[in-house]
Design a protein around this ligand. Structure first.
Ligand SMILES: [Zn+2]
Ligand SMILES: [Zn+2]
Length: 151
């Protein structure tokens, strides 16, 4: 999904908040698009070793203000970031409570329809109109579930 339409869209969003699409910001957007999972600052340091952590963080904050990037809460103290759903697509997260890994998952259309129906009635019982939802599934990833070698 790293293509001209992505960059065009990001540039437009940044312009709406009077920000320019600098090379550093572009690098961060490409990294997020290529990673395919919510990345922490530590992940960014691994994926783009030449990009200083402080600049990476600053770019993420700017991109978040422009509505291009969303902060994802994991199970540890580290923030993770991904491209906003309006840019990618609606999805959910599998959060490993052991290693902190966050995996993107896209449910079926039938799942989303059923889920929206249940959530709408739950919200309506409080006089609340639901527009959208976020759902993270907590558990253990396949690596953490694998039998540990005996020491
Ligand atoms: Zn894990
Ligand atoms: Zn959903």
């Amino acid at each position: 999904m790293v293509n001209d339409s992505l960059h065009g869209l990001v540039e437009q969003r940044l312009r709406q908040v009077c920000q320019r699409y600098t090379n550093g910001r572009r690098e961060v957007v490409e990294l997020l698009a290529r990673a395919g999972y919510p990345v922490s600052i530590g992940d960014i340091a691994e994926l783009a070793p030449r990009l200083p952590r402080s600049s990476a963080y600053r770019h993420l904050v700017n991109l978040q203000q422009a509505g291009v990037v969303r902060r994802v809460s994991g199970n540890d103290e580290f923030s993770r970031f991904e491209l906003a759903e309006e840019i990618t697509e609606h999805h959910h997260h599998l959060v490993c409570t052991h290693c902190g890994k966050v995996i993107d998952v896209t449910p079926t259309k039938a799942f989303e329809e059923a889920m929206n129906k249940y959530l709408a009635s739950l919200a309506a019982s409080h006089g609340f109109a639901s527009d959208d939802h976020r759902l993270d599934i907590l558990g253990s990833c396949s690596t953490c579930r694998a039998p540990q070698p005996q020491l």
